[in-house]
Design a protein around this ligand. Structure first.
Ligand code: OOG
Ligand code: NI
Length: 485
């Protein structure tokens, strides 16, 4: 079957070294995507819908799929849920080999799940350009399981699970300690093959049905994490140009789409992230029997998602987003009105013009010296400082919004919830349940476990913008470029 999303990115045309992290990541995504499409055929259908929509969208602009930057077509994310701190530590080592590092802390307790996590993703502009694949990775927090009996059951089952083959652990050790040049292409192949085992689906549960049901009663997420021998990838997500059309396309083609698109409403200037998914399917599972008698049952976990990415917002921009979202949720609860309509009304307050968004410091931009305008720069050479607005007006510098590479906890909760089976769609309606203090403590715990600080995504965008301004400054020989008021 031909790949539904063409993987003809420029990163693949170069002759990359087998252990180049960006190259390994690209190979890994391709292998994972292929595996998932075989495991969940409906995911392949979703990718087809996305391709149809993107082709139509591009045609209306007089373009074709080949005109998209390679990263766009490679772009997608996945998600896994881990059981133990050891598993989290080992996965962070594996992802580092593929050039993915933790960014952003997600406290899912605030939306009612006994989990917290981070997104493993490339951090540099260069790496992101080659392939921005990221994995939303959460780990169970047994301390948040309220029943002591269930907590003990979960931790004891997980204590014997082996997610990582010894071959894989050896390869990770080697990649960390030896010169990568000493590792062979065959080693790199093995790394991909052994990695896939972590994410593979097993239709055979490692526990009896009764244990599964006890854990599920406590929290469906706990059962999903604890009862299987692998950390099955629970969804993969292509990026699209028009998520509203994909949502309509899923419905018209009979895919079990979730009720609504998460995130900001449709706008002229897209910000952050909009997501929707088809709901997880009920899959047959064989549970371990009491006396070697296997018992049939089902489990609901795996789905397909689609994302539309917009601009990264500044801290101020994020505060406005969070405030408007909270207002919209509050209003639609109180007035019992269509939540999408309310969202649209409330978000009318969020400026929807790039120049306004830039001048008000709501969105991050990447600045570049316009190549054909370089000579004009000389005019400013002796000046102490020049305002960015002036350079933009003169056409000396151009700018474009920086793409948001991360996630949104309330949207994630909406996605989680619509895929748990039986629960009400729309996690954004859940109440905030944590305190800032608690969240800070659990973040420090996760950092301790990963052995590194988890940078805030906003700080990374800020750095990217600042670096791009400095680059312009140096290139134009200016002592300072002033941004903002
Ligand atoms: C992760 C859900 C979060 C997203 O796109 O917000 C996520 C999960 O279901 O484990 O992937
Ligand atoms: Ni997702």
């Amino acid at each position: 079957m031909p790949s539904a999303i063409p993987q003809n990115g420029s990163a693949l045309h170069e002759e990359p070294k087998p252990w180049d992290p960006d190259h390994l990541r690209t190979r890994f995504v391709q292998a994972l995507s292929e595996m998932y499409r075989t495991e969940v055929p409906l995911y392949g259908k979703l990718v087809d819908v996305v391709n149809q929509v993107d082709t139509t969208t591009l045609q209306s602009r007089g373009q074709s799929l080949n005109d998209l930057p390679s990263r766009f077509q490679l772009e997608r994310h996945g998600a896994i849920r881990l059981g133990t701190q050891q598993e989290m530590r080992m996965i962070s080592r594996l992802f580092a080999v593929m050039g993915m590092f933790p960014v952003g802390y997600y406290d899912l307790k605030m939306v009612g799940f006994p989990l917290h996590g981070t997104a493993f993703r490339p951090q540099t502009e260069e790496s992101l350009r080659k392939n921005p694949f990221r994995v939303f990775t959460t780990v169970l927090r047994p301390d948040l399981i309220s029943s002591p009996k269930v907590r003990e059951m979960a931790t004891s089952i997980l204590s014997t699970r082996q997610l990582f083959s010894s071959r894989l652990i050896d390869l990770i050790d080697q990649a960390e300690t030896s010169a990568l040049a000493n590792l062979t292409a065959q080693d790199a192949n093995n790394l991909i093959t052994e990695s896939l085992k972590i994410f593979k689906w097993h239709s055979r549960s490692s526990v009896p049905l009764e244990t599964y049901l006890t854990l599920k009663k406590e929290h469906p997420m706990v059962a999903d994490i604890v009862c299987f021998p692998s950390a099955h990838i629970n969804h993969l997500t292509p990026r699209t140009l028009d998520i509203d059309a994909v949502q309509a396309g899923m419905i018209s083609q009979g895919l079990p789409a979730k009720d609504r698109i998460e995130g900001p409403p449709k706008r002229k200037c897209e910000i952050l992230l909009r997501q929707t998914s088809f709901k997880a399917l009920e899959e047959r599972v064989t549970f371990a029997g009491d006396a070697d008698h296997a018992v049939d049952g089902t489990h609901t976990a795996r789905f397909g998602e689609v994302e539309q990415r917009g601009a990264a917002v500044t801290r101020k921009g994020r505060e406005l987003y969070d405030a408007l979202l909270a207002k919209a949720v509050g209003r639609s609860e109180k007035e019992d009105k269509d939540s999408d309509k309310v969202l649209k009304e409330v978000f009318a307050e969020y400026p929807d013009d790039w120049e306004v968004l830039r001048k008000e410091g709501l969105v991050y931009f990447r600045y570049r010296v316009a190549e054909d305008k370089v000579p004009v720069a000389g005019a400013h050479k002796l000046e102490e400082s020049v305002h960015m607005d002036r350079l933009l007006k003169e056409g000396v510098v151009t700018c474009e919004p920086i793409t948001y590479e991360d996630f949104l906890p309330f949207s994630a909760a909406g996605i989680f919830t619509s895929n748990l089976g039986g629960e009400k769609d729309g996690g954004t309606e859940r109440k905030l349940q944590r305190t800032e203090e608690e969240s800070k403590r659990s973040r420090v715990q996760l950092e301790g476990l990963l052995g590194r600080k988890i940078p805030s995504e906003i700080d990374l965008y800020d750095e990217l913008q600042t670096d791009s301004v400095k680059e312009c400054q140096a290139f134009l020989g200016l002592s300072e470029i002033v941004l903002g008021a």
